[in-house]
Ligand binder design. Structure first.
Ligand code: MGD
Ligand code: MGD
Ligand code: MO
Length: 682
């Protein structure tokens, strides 16, 4: 590797992109970005790829994360956008936490739930649904350790029970929804006993879950990767939303289906259109009117934006591995650790004619493959805007100077855009200028940012969209206008809005959420979620289901958190949670190093034998990559099967076998021998 100037690097990338587009067409170029982008980074990248290079091959790691939630909301409510707000935590009396380990992954929100529960322990109920008894389950009144992947059966079973016990809000269903009768017909044969059996839980627990849900004044459901990362991910999302539509638990304080975003700006990325089928302002590339609106705004010829969705993440890397993608730019994400089935991703990296990687650190598992490696200024070294799960738009100031020659991602992208001959469209002077351009594209859309400007965010603080004009205070929750009296049926005093029991409510927003859903007839849709089991089920050769996820002390691929010794204390190396019954069968004890094998590869980890995981399932964190050792990455073994609608991969289930790591028996014997001699000496 040799170092070059920014000018040289920029000219080289621009010239190579142009050459490859000329030789192979625009779809030979692909871009893979990140929910850790600022809104400005997302916007400039999207504009360059979809508008100027002319390819929709623009996807982001949010595909591995939020894509199923986006598809769930769009199909049920007519638009993306989580309806509730964080302050709803202070008003809810039932928390339905499914597929989410909030205690470790969303600790601030989790603590707010804990405080809410502490204030009224008798009346506030928490249900946790997870195959593992996580630290989130510690506060559960009801914990359902379901079989991985069986959520749709559980949720449909709850739906049936709500109906059978008269908990349906008929008025709301009649006035604001379509499809309820079809759903009921399709589920008429559902038996609670059979549903519980599929989920591997007791029938009484399933009944209890529906009873708590149906009896609450305000139900707030939170979910994240346990639902989204599945071949059944969209149906799982629809099944949760169904429960809320059926009980009218949406648009009211203390209620709503609340999908949690993981990365700091995954939400903003959705509004900017940061997936291969989207355009800014919740528009889609398949909609001719949407394409035209954006083309006019960007000042590009009609027809420039391709009408077919580009490649989604998994397809993008597979296409590159086959040699169909010639040039790829990876920015703010580390796919050689985080994508399923890493072998394919590595093959893609090796096959590309041009791989540009922009990161704040080097080496990473991905930067080591780069032909051109560009240094990015990271948060606190640059300013920008991010939006969180409750639609709150925040300005992040620059606090320190970037290290070395690092630059903000949007600036790097704009530089290449200008060098490709589009200077007129990419000569931004500041991040604020980019943001203010983007907000114009949201005018009149569900995610209306048009009343937001960087100046306003700086002077007034964060705002919750929609903010349709300059003096609009922002909107606390979507769809509050559906209810004549949005406050719950009871006259419970805790619903007074003036009160801020936790002292953390910052919103000055209005209650004036939409009075209709964003569909043609203003009604939401009940879908009939069909259960699809995990793509890979246990068999004789691979008898266990592996699920993967996060640890409290690590952030994804550890490029930052992995450098902190105190954070490494909880786990210095990958480990595997396995149930005692499965461990004994394999003569595995806690502390042993085991090999986890799937049809795609293997990974080594330290065994932790625990009853906190279901029998038949095992769990491993995905934080480590191959730089830590060829058999350290959980994604050596995961599979790239995706949900057919959201294209989100099934990172939460694959069939594996576990045994002692080859050669480990000798080590164990010598350890045992050592212990024995020590005991004899004593
Ligand atoms: N400490 C820390 N916090 C983070 C992150 C991090 O890396 N580290 N990353 C952030 C990001 S980007 C994200 S997306 C979020 C993710 O936040 P979460 O989704 O809460 O985290 P995960 O550990 O991926 O998975 C959540 C839970 O799903 C369970 N699960 C597995 N399979 C199933 C299933 O079939 N059904 C159900 N119901 N549950 C299942 C797992 O056992 C796990 O406890 O966290 C964010 N916060
Ligand atoms: N098996 C399994 N795999 C998973 C998951 C799972 O649950 N199980 N979860 C998936 C999910 S939900 C997610 S979100 C992904 C996350 O996966 P990744 O996005 O790959 O993980 P990160 O470590 O957050 O990668 C961010 C990269 O950007 C760099 N970086 C930091 N700040 C900046 C910046 O400002 N600019 C630039 N250019 N670079 C910067 C970091 O050094 C790092 O290399 O993992 C997915 N993969
Ligand atoms: Mo994520």
């Amino acid at each position: 590797m040799r170092s070059v100037t920014w000018e040289e690097a920029t000219e080289h990338i621009a010239a190579e992109f142009k050459r490859i587009v000329e030789e192979h067409g625009p779809d030979a170029v692909a871009f893979y970005g990140s929910g850790q982008f600022t809104t400005e980074d997302y916007y400039v990248a999207n504009k360059l790829l979809k508008g100027f290079i002319g390819t929709n091959n623009f996807d982001a790691n949010s595909r591995l994360c939020m894509a199923s939630a986006v598809a769930g909301y769009v199909s049920a409510l007519g638009s993306d956008g989580p309806p509730p707000a964080y302050e709803d935590i202070d008003h809810a009396d039932c928390f339905f936490l499914i597929g989410s380990n909030m205690a470790d992954c969303h600790p601030v929100l989790f603590n707010r739930i804990k405080r809410r529960k502490k204030r009224d322990p008798e009346n506030v109920k928490v249900i946790v649904v997870d195959p593992r008894e996580t630290s989130t389950a510690a506060i559960a009144d009801l914990f359902l350790p379901l079989r991985p992947g069986s959520d749709v059966v559980l949720l449909n079973g709850m739906m049936r029970l709500l109906s059978d016990t008269g908990k349906i809000d008929r008025e709301f269903v009649d006035e604001h929804t379509n499809g309820f009768e079809e759903l009921m017909q399709a589920s008429s044969h559902v038996s609670t006993a059979a549903a519980a059996k599929v989920c591997g839980i007791s029938e009484s627990d399933l009944i209890q879950a529906a009873r708590i849900f149906g009896g609450a004044n305000g139900v707030l459901s939170f979910w994240s990767m346990g639902l989204n990362q599945s071949v059944n991910g969209v149906a799982k999302n629809q099944a949760v939303i169904n429960l809320h539509l059926a009980t009218g638990q949406i648009g009211r304080p203390g209620s709503g289906p609340f999908s949690l975003t993981g990365q700091p700006n995954a939400m903003g990325g959705r509004e900017v259109g940061g997936l291969s089928h989207l355009l800014p302002g919740y528009r889609t590339v398949t909609n001719a009117v949407h394409r035209q609106e954006v083309e006019q705004f960007w000042g590009i010829p009609e027809g420039r934006i391709a009408e077919r969705p580009g490649l989604a993440a998994v397809d993008m890397f597979e296409a590159a591995a086959r040699g169909e993608i010639k040039a790829m730019w990876i920015m703010c994400t580390n796919p050689v650790v985080s994508m399923p089935n890493i072998d394919v991703v590595e093959r893609a990296m090796e096959r590309l004619e041009l791989l540009v990687v922009t990161d704040a650190y080097h080496p990473t598992d991905t930067t080591q493959y780069a032909h051109v490696l560009l240094p990015a200024a990271q948060w606190s070294e640059r300013d920008g805007v991010m939006t969180n799960s409750e639609r709150r738009i925040t300005y992040l100031p620059r606090m320190v100077d970037p290290v070395g020659q690092a630059k903000p991602d949007w600036q790097i992208l704009a530089g290449v855009g200008a060098a490709m001959g589009f200077a007129h469209a990419f000569s931004y002077e500041s991040a604020g200028q980019v943001f203010d351009e983007f907000t114009q594209l949201t005018r009149g859309r569900v995610c209306d940012y048009s009343g937001v400007s960087v100046r306003r965010l700086q002077s007034e603080g964060p705002l919750q969209w929609p903010v349709p004009h300059d003096d609009h205070p922002g909107t606390v929750r979507l769809y509050s206008g559906l209810h004549i009296d949005p406050y719950p049926k009871s006259d419970n005093k805790q619903f007074s809005r003036d009160e801020s029991p936790t002292g953390t409510t910052t919103s000055a927003g209005t209650e004036g959420g939409a009075t209709v859903f964003a569909t043609a007839d203003g009604k939401a849709t009940f879908h009939t979620p069909v259960f699809v089991p995990p793509a890979e089920l246990p068999n004789r050769k691979y008898p266990l289901l592996l699920t993967t996820g996060r640890l409290r002390n690590q952030w994804h691929t550890m490029t930052r958190t992995g450098k902190s010794d105190s954070l490494l204390k909880g786990a210095r190396q990958p480990y595997l949670e396995i149930h005692p019954v499965d461990a004994v069968r394999r003569q595995i004890e806690s502390g042993d190093v085991v090999e986890i094998r799937s049809r795609r590869g293997r990974v080594w980890a330290e065994a932790r034998v625990t009853e906190k995981i279901r029998e038949g399932a095992c769990f491993m964190p995905f934080h480590w990559g191959r730089l830590a050792g060829p058999y350290s990455a959980a994604n050596n073994v995961t599979l790239a099967e995706v949900d057919p609608v959201s294209k989100e991969p099934e990172l939460k289930a694959c069939a594996v076998e576990v045994r002692l790591r080859p050669g480990y028996e000798a080590i164990r014997a010598s350890k045992l021998f050592q212990r024995l001699t020590e005991a004899v000496k004593k």
